[in-house]
Design a protein around this ligand. Sequence first.
Ligand code: KDG
Length: 318
Amino acid sequence: MAELITIGEPLVLFASTEEGVSLDKATSFTKYLAGAEVNVAVGLTRLNHTVDYVSVVGDDPFGQFLRDAIAEQKIDTKYLYTSSKYPTGCMFKSKTSTGDPITFYLRKGSAAAHLSKEIIDQIELAGVKWAHITGILPGILETPDVIFHLLERLKKANVSISFDPNLRPAVWPSQEIMIETINNLAKSAKMIMPGVKEGAILTGETEPRAIADKFFSQSEITETVVIKMGPEGAMIFRRGQADAPIISGFKVDHVVDTVGAGDGFAVGLLSGILEGKSLEEAVSRGNAIGAMAVMSPGDNDGYPDPSMLDKFLKEAEN
Ligand code: KDG
């Protein structure tokens, strides 16, 4: 039995190796395992936590690549299904050390988009403490009900939900549907971790306090809202508490690629919680892993094992 489950679409990421070259002109790419939820599974596993990852890949070379890459990370593949009908999703990313890269997906109607209720019903939930859900999966699902079916099962099994909105307008039919669906999902979460801009889009508020209060007012289940503010760190809001500590970010010497930093943050936060750390310590660890993530080219290759994390934290103290 795993401590945490997560479910989403793993993607084959083709990351351009040519700095400043647009995707249409780029000719050289490196292939990586990516996808928000699998990134979290990779990071938590690297920190010695047990994670069940649920998804579907295509019966094609890219599906095989993902299956091998996931197994190589020592993540159990018992809930990684193969579809003989639909292809594996892919993503392309330009290379830039200033700001965010350009991303492009070939994922519509992918194997993971066909995740079914039957697959959800296979998941063994007894003893699982947390489920990490993001706002990407509901955007890509051919049958969005599937995610609400999962939420019902999680509720019945008393599994706490951490929710990262991960807004990806490109996978939604409209901004309105994205906002409505993601707010509906957030209502089931014990902990919500939006970026400050995502929180503003979802709630219509701009100040972190007002964003957090809007999430609290949507559902009694939500106990904590952690608002990510990039290099500045993150703010912790607890239901019913006026005090909202700001947890500072870490200095980054050289930004290689920003994608994967938010999932790295989730890894730090969730691993801290699973290890019984205070929320302040867990968020600080989230900031640290987010900073480590931006210093490497793939989504999750910068995530640390325990000794790398210790080293990073000690060096940051000096
Ligand atoms: O958070 C990182 C993800 O954005 C990346 O791995 C791809 O899952 C992905 C997505 O849908 O954007």
